[in-house]
Ligand binder design. Structure first.
Ligand SMILES: Cc1cc2nc3c(=O)[nH]c(=O)nc-3n(C[C@H](O)[C@H](O)[C@H](O)COP(=O)(O)OP(=O)(O)OC[C@H]3O[C@@H](n4cnc5c(N)ncnc54)[C@H](O)[C@@H]3O)c2cc1C
Length: 532
């Protein structure tokens, strides 16, 4: 599918805002990076909706770091590599596990209060971790961290958080460079240009490409698509993590039942009342997420049911240990102290993204990426639980480590950007007729059915055709946001499908029923796509 050249119309008299660091995204990666960058210059953080709308605020289980004396970065490294199924970037994992403990201590100093036990930090153990190393704040760890970081940012006069700012596209004065961003201010209904010495993409993941997901509606892969248009590589996007236990409902965004629940003794049953995980993996209910997701799918098909059941009633003190999950289930009429909870899998985490090196640099000068939007290679083919919050802060810091050089970079004039903006690549529809809202639903269904937990060549080729057709018919509506969001979703969906077709094996978050084996002889390699 060719992405045709298109010039976004710039409004006359468009406001221009200059800053040193422009951070697009206000989740853990964006906020932590902002706090560090403000020691060096002025920082603007943009969020698509409110500062509360992010994956970060929804994180439940916790953040992993080898902070206990019986643990070590080496053990954390081994577990991360094992989960990553043979294709982690070892250098990036070394950075993650060795710098992680210090960054987590900084989070604590910033006011993130994790649960304590007998005067020490209470560390939980999650699936595929060989040690208890998960710092948590009950089952609302992400929100605890988010609130602390926002408070610090708000108290810092060099940081400005601006909500309801939708990144339309990145701008550079020549190929391979990025100095600005065209943004739609949803409050005023006007465009704004931001010019910065460094632009940091912290826009999160792509869960909303799927019909069922734990991600909020802002997770539409906008940052990945904009980076792709300006020349960045998108890597490893075939690896999507589907979380096995998500509270069953018919909504697109579904409520997660944390893996920590099974870590503490929760058990899975099919709707015929049978425990089934022993048929699928020796670790039974604690098997890796992709194995449990496929097992659940298979039991749902066998029992002709839309879900399986999770028994949490056997966990001692379940109400206190998982208060948020308890309250949410109760609000849906399920008392988990007495009843089993209906669960099914949903898209949860995007392992791939904008390719960066271990300093968060993309291939485009002036543009950096961190957090879920980035692909440092730390997760390989499958993310180890609780490593993603950590990734955001470790690589955010690594970007700021280059601040001295960044502050020497020239700030371009807006006229220079104007001259070159027509090089920008935004999709131009061929036969516009399709409303973006309808296209979104169709795409989510296609991705779920044909590019989901189990894939095969025939389904992927069908998905490819259907995505192309949606692309060619998408109408540019009055509402530019719905349109550009859909362009972004289709762009990244297209790359995901290409990556899935290319990888003829099964590994981690990529399972192909026509190539069910992992093939270490031919496939210890990465996918990478550029827009050309
Ligand atoms: C339900 C749930 C539970 C999880 N539990 C855990 C856990 O226990 N431990 C763990 O390590 N990880 C967990 N994860 C994963 C983890 O939360 C995320 O990977 C992490 O928070 C990503 O942080 P981020 O800063 O990269 O992105 P996000 O937190 O998603 O933030 C993205 C930001 O980008 C902004 N944005 C997006 N598009 C645009 C645009 N076009 N213009 C302007 N701004 C834009 C958004 O508004 C938002 O502010 C969980 C995820 C979910 C969904």
């Amino acid at each position: 599918m060719r992405i045709t050249r298109y010039t976004w119309d710039l409004e006359p008299g468009i406001p221009v805002i200059y800053t040193d660091f422009l951070i697009i995204g206000g989740g853990i990666a964006g906020l932590f990076t902002a706090l560090k960058a403000s020691a060096h210059g002025e920082v603007v953080v943009l969020t698509k909706k409110t500062i509360k709308d992010s994956n970060t605020g929804l994180a439940q289980g916790g953040i992993a770091a080898a902070v206990h004396e019986e643990d070590s970065p080496f053990l954390h490294l081994e577990d991360t590599l094992e989960a990553g199924a043979g294709i982690c970037n070892i250098e990036a994992v070394e950075v993650l596990v060795s710098e992680g403990p210090d960054r987590v201590r900084e989070l604590i100093l910033a006011g993130a209060s994790f649960d304590m036990k007998d005067g020490n930090i209470s560390l939980a153990r999650e699936g595929a971790h060989s040690k208890a190393r998960i710092l948590h704040a009950a089952d609302t760890t992400g929100e605890t961290i988010r609130v602390a970081l926002v408070k610090n940012c708000e108290e810092d006069r060099r940081i400005k958080i601006i909500e309801d700012q939708f990144l339309i596209d990145l701008m550079g004065i020549q190929e391979g460079e990025c100095q600005g961003a065209l943004v739609y201010d949803n409050k005023s209904g006007r465009q704004v240009i931001y010019i910065a010495r460094a632009l940091i993409m912290a826009t999160g993941g792509a869960g909303q490409l799927y019909q069922y997901t734990t991600n909020p509606d802002v997770a539409t892969a906008d940052g990945m698509a904009a980076a792709y248009r300006i020349g960045c590589e998108l890597s490893d996007l075939e690896f999507i993590q589907f979380h096995p236990t998500v509270l069953f409902s018919h909504d697109t965004q579904r409520f997660l039942i944390s893996e920590a629940v099974r870590g503490e003794g929760g058990l899975l049953y099919n709707t015929q009342g049978e425990r089934f995980m022993s048929k699928y993996h020796p670790l039974e209910d604690l098997a890796p997420r992709d194995v449990v997701s496929r097992a659940i799918l298979s039991e749902m098909t066998r029992c002709n049911s839309e879900y399986v059941l999770l028994d949490m009633s056997i966990i001692p003190g379940v109400k206190e240990r998982f208060p948020n999950i308890y309250r949410t289930c109760l609000s849906r009429g399920i008392n988990l102290e007495k009843e089993m909870v209906p669960v099914s899998p949903a898209a949860h985490y995007t392992m791939g993204g904008i390719k960066t090196n271990t300093n968060g640099e993309t291939g485009v000068n002036g543009l950096y990426a961190c957090g879920e939007a980035a692909c440092t290679g730390v997760h390989g083919a499958n993310r180890l639980a609780s490593n993603s919050l950590l990734e955001g802060i470790v690589f955010g810091q690594r970007i700021v480590n280059q601040a001295e050089a960044i502050m020497y970079r020239r700030q371009v004039k807006v006229e220079e950007l104007y001259q070159h903006f027509e090089r920008s690549w935004v999709y131009a529809p061929l036969r516009p007729s399709l409303n973006p809202a309808i296209a979104r639903q169709r795409l989510q269904t296609i991705m779920w059915e044909k590019v989901g937990i189990i894939r095969n060549e025939a389904g992927l080729k069908e998905a490819n055709k259907e995505i192309e057709s949606l692309y060619n018919h998408l109408a540019r509506e009055e509402n530019p946001l719905a349109y550009i969001e859909m362009v972004n979703m289709l762009t990244v969906a297209h790359v995901i499908v290409q990556a899935c077709l290319w990888r003829r094996e099964s590994r981690g978050g990529h399972y192909r029923s026509d190539y069910p084996q992992r093939d270490d002889i031919r496939w210890i390699k990465h996918t990478s796509f550029v827009n050309c």
